[in-house]
Design a protein around this ligand. Sequence first.
Ligand code: ZN
Length: 244
Amino acid sequence: MNASMIPLPCKVCGGSTFSHHDVLWGDLIAQWGLSSREVDYINVQQGTACTGCGSNVRSIALADALLRWTRATTTLQEWVHTPVARRCDVLEINEAGSLTGTLSALPGHRLVRYPEYDMMALPFEDRSFDVVLHSDTLEHVPDLMKGLRECRRVLRPGGACLFTVPVVVGRLTRGRKGLPLSVHGSEGCIDTALTVHTEFGADVWCQVLESGFDECRIVPYRYPAGIALIAEVAESRPVTGGQW
Ligand SMILES: [Zn+2]
C-alpha cells in the first residue's frame, strides 16, 4: 500500500491498526476503465479496515462526516452516548457500511432496507428525521434524483443527508443506461439489486444541489480513497441561491 493511502486513526473506535485486502476484480476494472491509481484507492476505500472495529475506509469516512457535521470531537462509539446524539432521529437506508451496530445505540435510530423500503418512495412523513445516512447505495437507485429528493423530503430543516458513493474523481458522472450490466458486490455475483445505474465522478455535488438540497460539502477522511458527502437542508430557506 502506498504510504499516502494509510488511513488516519479510525473515527468509529479510535483504533490505529488496519488490515488490507484488494477487492476489485479484472472484469470490473475493465468495465469501469480504471487506471492503476484508481484501482489502488478504490481497493483502499473498500478493502482497508480497522482491526479494532472492522470498519473499512468507506465506513470510517461516513462516520467522520457525521462527527464533523455535529462538530463532535469524539469517536462515533462515544458520540452515540452524548445528549445531542440521543436527541437525533436518524434514518439509515440499508446498512451504512459497518456503522449499524454503533448507530443502533441511538434511541432515534431507524434502519430500513431495500427491497422492502425503496429510496425513491420512502414511507415516512415529511420532516421526520434529523439525519439520513446511506453508504454506496445511491449508485444502485434507478432514478438517483428521485432518491435524493426523497431523502431531502423526510429531513427536518437544519438536517442533513450524509452518504458515500464510489467516486472516480478524475472523470464526470455517467449513467450506465445502454452499457453492459455492471454489478457490484463480488466477482461472479449476479444479484440484480446490486446493478449499478450511475458511475459517480467529480461532479457528484451537482446532483445533490439539483435535487433541492441547500448546501453540499465533500468531506475527506482520506482523499481520494475515503470521502463522504454532506447534503444539508437549511434551517430556513436562503433568500438567495436556488436554481436559475
Ligand atoms: Zn475502528
